[in-house]
Design a protein around this ligand. Structure first.
Ligand SMILES: [Zn+2]
Length: 116
């Protein structure tokens, strides 16, 4: 019996393109171009070989959707943290300490620049 194609498409595992280190760009001395190894995507298959053209776009779409979902869940988590009593106040206090530290640093620098 001939081996049939799997019914569900399996998204291939990917890794960073070794040629462009994931930037998707080739930077030459006199010109630049999309990386020829990964078609400018920065992604290759787990084996380091370019992905099949028909799998590249759906793979990138899924990766993008996951990244968007992760970002949204991080935002949700942040909003929940802000609801905990005392968290907003602690953040404000931290910001104020940071501003004071920056002001002190600026003053010290100005003193040094003026000379003793
Ligand atoms: Zn590449």
């Amino acid at each position: 019996m001939a081996k049939s194609k799997p019914f569900h498409w399996q998204e291939p595992a990917t890794t960073v393109c070794p040629q462009c280190e994931g930037s998707g760009e080739f930077l030459g001395m006199f010109y630049s171009s999309p990386c020829a190894n990964c078609d400018g995507t920065g992604l290759v298959g787990e084996n380091g070989e370019p992905l099949k053209p028909e799998e590249l776009l759906p793979t990138m779409r899924r990766q993008r959707d996951r990244a968007v979902a992760d970002l949204e869940s991080a935002r949700q988590h942040y909003r929940q943290l802000l609801q905990i009593p005392g968290v907003r106040e602690a953040l404000a206090a931290q910001q104020q300490r940071e501003e004071e530290r920056q002001r002190d640093e600026d003053m010290a620098l100005r003193k040094r620049l003026r000379g003793v």
